[in-house]
Design a binder for this molecule. Sequence first.
Ligand code: DNO
Length: 347
Amino acid sequence: MKLTFRWYGQNDPVTLDKIRQIPKMSGIVSAIYNVAPGGVWSNEDILGLKEQANQNGLEFEVVESVPVPEEIKYGGENARALIENYCENVRRLGKAGVKCICYNFMPVFDWLRSELEHQNADGSNSLAYNEETVLNMNPLTSSLSLPGWDESYTKDELKRLIEKYKEIGEEGLWANLKTFLEAVIPVAEESGVNMAIHPDDPPWGIFGLPRIITDEKNIDRFLNLVPSVNNGLTFCTGSLGASVDNNLVEMAKKYAPRVHFLHLRNILITGNREFCEVGHPTECGSIDMYGIARALVENGFDGYVRPDHGRMIWGEYGKYGYGLFDRALGATYIVGLFEGIEKTLEK
Ligand code: DNO
């Protein structure tokens, strides 16, 4: 496996010179942030990002994310042209040495949480989710907004968008995902890029919006839409693990050959559709990190791994979920976990 770390670019308070000091860190996971979803990234920007990483002794082989614009997801009239732009980004990134692109196909909202500074007993704080709170914050009626929401929509735009997804429903979203993959995967194959879809977080529908990358049945369906190795997964333990119906060890075993990117984070499930984010080790939460990592390695996983969200510890303030300290602790835990597993399997 190759250990990586998400970096949000020049404005990220966590700087590259710090990231490089985390033991065994191979590279960054980043993106071009000054182009709206649907636009083509300039070669100059892509190579500039790579250059900055390289100057700090880090590789730039993973992009998270090349965002999929809403119009592709709901199948609007510009979808074809936008898919072509997407393919162009895949070509350009492949040429620049990027090997893996993470993206998601969640309508309107990316990841959702109800709390950003959930107070933990040890004095740290972390992200948390409570379904009741989320449902009370219906974006069409409430003036509040939740982490993960795109703030750029007006209420009217949001309403129209939500209506569109209600019209097409889950099956419409599946059809549009298939159209997208049928165009993008052949380009990824030619470009030497593995596409890695991120599961929906949390893995169930919200506000009547369809969500489809949620469980084993749907992931089977997804992988069969275009049965190419380049059409793969980001295995995000915290996202898939929020549903108690998902057996992550079994899923890891089954999907290992199609997992290109692993997001390791732990959550503590505190109730029905209620959880908070905790430290990475297995014993801190509800997710069997060892079992998952072992199932992946045993079944041939050799992709990129990154510690996902961390808590805020040691008085750090920063981008929620993306501070330095707890993610760095997570990174060293991951290194130990993999070293143990790999050495045991070699025997
Ligand atoms: C949140 C992340 C997601 C993820 C995207 C991938 O911290 O896991 O925002 O990057 O869903 O497209």
